[in-house]
Ligand binder design. Sequence first.
Ligand code: HEM
Length: 487
Amino acid sequence: MSQRVLTTESGAPVADNQNSASAGIGGPLLLQDQHLLEKLARFNRERIPERVVHARGSGAYGHFEVTDDVTGYTHADFLNTVGKRTEVFLRFSTVADSLGGADAVRDPRGFAVKFYTTEGNYDLVGNNTPVFFIKDPIKFPDFIHSQKRDPFTGKQEPDNVWDFWAHAPEATHQVTWLMGDRGIPASYRHMNGYGSHTYQWTNSKGEAFFVKYHFKTNQGIRSLSTEQAQELAGQDANSHQTDLLQAIERGVHPSWTLYVQLMPAEEAADYRFNPFDLTKVWPHKDYPLQRVGRLVLDRNPDNVFAEVEQAAFSPNNFVPGIGPSPDKMLQGRLFAYADAHRYRLGVNHTALAVNAPKGVPGGADNYGRDGFMAVNGQGRGARNYEPNSYDGPVQTGRPLSAPLAVSGHTGTHEAPQHTKDDDFFQAGELYRLMSAEEKSRLIANIAGGLSQVSRDDVIEKNLAHFHAADPEYGRRVEEAVRALRED
Ligand code: HEM
């Protein structure tokens, strides 16, 4: 094989890639050295904005295979036949830290799946936790500001983290989850994934079901203690990336079994709490888990930047048979992601290989045109308006999912929708479910953080939340915080 020739961006052969052109042997450099100028300028532009949250991540390809018949609940094409396989791309992530952080930290993990179905990409952008800290998207920027770096100290501050939670009683459930044993997964392979929100499935008769997704790891749950995590983060800041990459390279393909909880749509209004509240789980005794299929990861991306950094998942990417619920958090997210992608990657990010709807025969077909980096032919000479008389693509007239019933007045509403919409009972239930050892570790983790807070009123407000969740839980956290502060 003949040696390949190094070229400039415009394809011209490069004569010297080791020495810049200069005026004389020791002289200043020449503006005419196109290769040097291009090389430095190109290098200056290598970084794009990192994701505002979930900046650190790892991705892999694989497939989803249907194992159980769910056609009674959704007419989604990729779920309509037992044995059917659909290609997927999954990006795992940590949430709070920027790209330069470490993997082994106490933080939720992202679990974002892109199903390349024949009817479009279906993105399920979830976490490894079934609940979340807040239930209204208007609080999200404040919440994230409090968890990321402080504007003055430039680092995460317990004062800010706990001050936000002091003002967000609805976070108590997720805080209990995060400070518990599952708060630091040993790796991305050893944790579950959840859709977290309630979504909607519609079957071929038009009947609607509300649905929650649970991906249970087949590797078993493995977690790290705070001390183990600190040690590992020091040894290998990229421990999750190393683990995932190496497992797949070794041929050890991680897998998850997908289960769903299904609620007939007409039961939602009378359920004993708001089934669209992201700070709550649906007890399995009310809505048992039903198996759907198996997700397997078996291929590492060839290029991390092209495929993982440029991957774009949007909770608004639905396919026929699947749609949103009225969950306010979800509704906010339906806007936020594609907006972030247009900023972070540009308006043509859907043409990038990892984001393009490769399962759809012929790919995406619409009248969106032009913009920065229009690389996919832009419809060539075809008419770019609709309706037209030239055989361009037309609408189907078939909504993707059943309509949602709404009532009431427009405006901001502070009052709870359901009588049992209190913020504490499920946090208390989670605490009472834990073994004695787990409870002790939970208390120690909370106290370790809360005791670093400088303001007594912030500590008191947080303690009140744990007391409200369970009197023993509150008492033990209070004693542990006091002991650490007296030290
Ligand atoms: C990433 C916004 C809540 C899971 C992101 C990004 C934004 C965002 C702007 C960066 C997207 C990008 O640049 O590609 C929001 C807002 C939320 C919210 C406004 C609340 C209103 C949630 C919740 C979950 C979640 C509740 C999980 C249940 C994720 C994941 C990613 C992400 C997994 C990373 C996706 C990837 O790997 O590319 N979020 N988020 N977010 N978010 Fe959220």
